[in-house]
Design a protein around this ligand. Structure first.
Ligand SMILES: [Zn+2]
Length: 389
């Protein structure tokens, strides 16, 4: 049942299982594919299979999920499974043992632990420390040292390197040396959504396994199988707002099960509220206040999520306008607002609206100033929706 926990990727899973059965696993893999597609969960599942003490079903090559090794891997505590991701350099500085730990360091440690906790809760989450300069040379030196020891319980020592495109140059060169003469007991799994930014010499030493975005039908089926309490409508909302990103799918599922409004749905409501403000006459001051609040208090990713929700909403409105009987909405719970919008804005130019929204998302991803970008967006949006300058 272990591989079944992972959403989608039947082909990749069977390639790895078969390689393991035939004892032909490569010493280094590079898992590539879009962010949020679940590459790392497959890496961890392979680690579990290799370390599990009681593979439950040898024909299916499934880790039991309950033995000590399986549990330690889930808790990120297995000595033979190392997980490397970009951290702040502060965490790697040599500390004088005589000195008491300073505040900055303990704060950085707390941030690191928090990311690992989040990863344990949501295996699709990709941890990244905001102040990190990438995967640093010291991290690979440490890895080098660990790789030189034999694994504690026999078998393989597994290094999962997350966001391998962020290896800084000297770290990448150190890793390359290891890949050139890999110790027999070591398995490297590099994971990257931007493999083009990895040194070609590193890439060529790894067996590349490509992952694609998981199909909507697979996500829906998985939710249905694992959380039968979530009804069809909620399931469809989760699938449409996550846009194939499994980290968000799992977050939304957790929220639902906890009886809370999923974060994405809350952001969508806020986006629709903003749209109302923008389109209301004489509410300019209020609109500006809301934009300022968003720029200040929401993360860039949250603003992008909001704009993506608007994009899906506009798509629904446009389809409904072309075909009033259209029922396969992205947001099946928003039928009434969609119908009202069609009636209230007959002059809307949805091609222009979509393109302005897409451009705004791109600009925000490229670090544009949120307040300026959102203000410009609001003006353009109003013009294209109402046809009034
Ligand atoms: Zn096990």
């Amino acid at each position: 049942m272990s591989w079944d926990r992972i959403i989608g990727h039947a082909l990749q899973k069977s390639i790895l299982r078969n390689a393991h059965t035939a004892d032909r696993l490569s010493h280094a893999y590079l898992f590539t594919g879009p962010a949020g597609s679940g590459k790392e969960t497959v890496a961890f599942e392979l680690a579990r299979l290799l370390k599990c003490r009681e593979v439950s079903d040898s024909a299916r090559q499934d880790a039991c999920g309950t033995c000590e090794n399986c549990r330690r891997i889930d808790d990120m505590l297995h000595p033979d499974v190392e997980y490397i991701f970009p951290v702040e350099s502060l965490l790697l500085e040599r500390i004088d043992p005589g000195k008491t730990e300073n505040k900055r360091l303990s704060e950085a440690r707390a941030r690191y632990d928090e990311l690992l906790e989040r990863k344990k809760k949501n295996p699709y989450f990709t941890p990244f420390m905001e102040r990190s300069m990438g995967i640093l040379s010291e991290q690979i030196s440490e890895l080098q040292q660990k790789a030189s020891f034999m694994p504690s319980g026999g078998g393989k020592k597994i290094f999962i390197i997350s966001q391998a495109e962020k290896l800084n140059p000297s770290a990448a060169n150190k890793l390359l040396k290891l890949l050139e003469e890999p110790p027999a007991h070591v398995l490297f799994i590099l994971v990257s959504s931007r493999p083009e930014n990895i040194l070609p010499t590193i890439r060529s030493r790894c067996q590349v396994l490509k992952f694609s975005r998981v199909a909507t039908a697979d996500i829906e089926r998985w939710i249905q199988d694992t959380c039968p309490d979530i009804d069809e409508q909620a399931r469809r909302i989760i699938v449409s707002t996550s846009r194939g990103n499994l980290e968000r799918v799992l977050d939304a599922v957790h929220h639902r099960l906890d009886g809370e409004e999923p974060a994405d749905i809350a952001l969508r409501s806020r986006a629709i509220q903003l749209l109302r403000l923008i389109l209301s006459p004489k509410r300019l001051q209020e609109t500006l206040g809301e934009l300022e609040d968003m720029s200040r208090n929401l993360s860039r990713q949250d603003i992008v999520t909001m704009l993506s929700a608007l994009l899906l909403f506009f798509q629904d409105v446009n389809r409904r306008r072309i075909d009033p009987s259209w029922s396969d909405l992205n947001n099946p719970d928003m039928e009434t607002p969609v119908t009202r919008f069609v009636a209230n804005f007959p002059a809307a130019d949805f091609m222009a609206v979509s393109s302005v929204t897409e451009q705004t998302i791109h600009a925000l991803r490229r670090n544009a100033n949120p307040m300026l970008t959102l203000s410009g967006f609001s003006i353009e949006l109003k013009r294209h929706l109402t046809g009034v300058r």
